[in-house]
Design a protein around this ligand. Structure first.
Ligand code: MN
Length: 135
């Protein structure tokens, strides 16, 4: 069993995620001082975000397991603990677990005053399989 730094949090909505994903907010920035939100995300095997983009950008810091990051139209990037992903504003992408391994990252949404995440529908099983099978 893994011992996690953070509580598992709450189950993420199936409106925006495929499979079982847990989100624990660490910094909500309700008062807007930092213009940044920080959260821990745990993906069960094969679970993933829908396609989405962040108006203010996002940074991921991988803490355990094996996962993937893919920008629309590009090959998927395999991720391991210690990897850092810098996601520019408005780039459509997904992130999630490998088919047979749990995955966790810390996420930071930067410049959140620019607006909420935009969602573009599920990463289909076909899209997911072709992305992860290249690796
Ligand atoms: Mn993202």
């Amino acid at each position: 069993m893994f011992s996690d730094l953070f509580e598992k949090g709450t189950k993420a909505s199936s409106d925006f995620f495929t499979g079982t994903v847990w989100v624990k907010m660490l910094v909500t920035d309700e008062d807007g001082i930092f213009d940044t939100q920080v959260y821990n995300v745990v993906f069960e095997p094969s679970s993933r975000t829908h396609w989405h983009s962040h108006p203010g950008g996002q940074i991921l810091i991988v803490t355990r397991g094996k996962g993937f990051y893919q920008e629309k139209g590009k090959p998927a990037r395999p991720l391991k603990p210690g990897d850092v992903v810098e996601i520019p504003p408005n780039v459509v992408h997904w992130h999630g677990a490998a088919p047979d391994e749990e995955f966790a990252h810390i996420g930071m949404s930067t410049r959140v005053h620019l607006g909420p995440t935009k969602w573009f529908g599920p990463v289909t099983d076909e899209e997911y399989k072709s992305a992860v099978e290249e690796k």
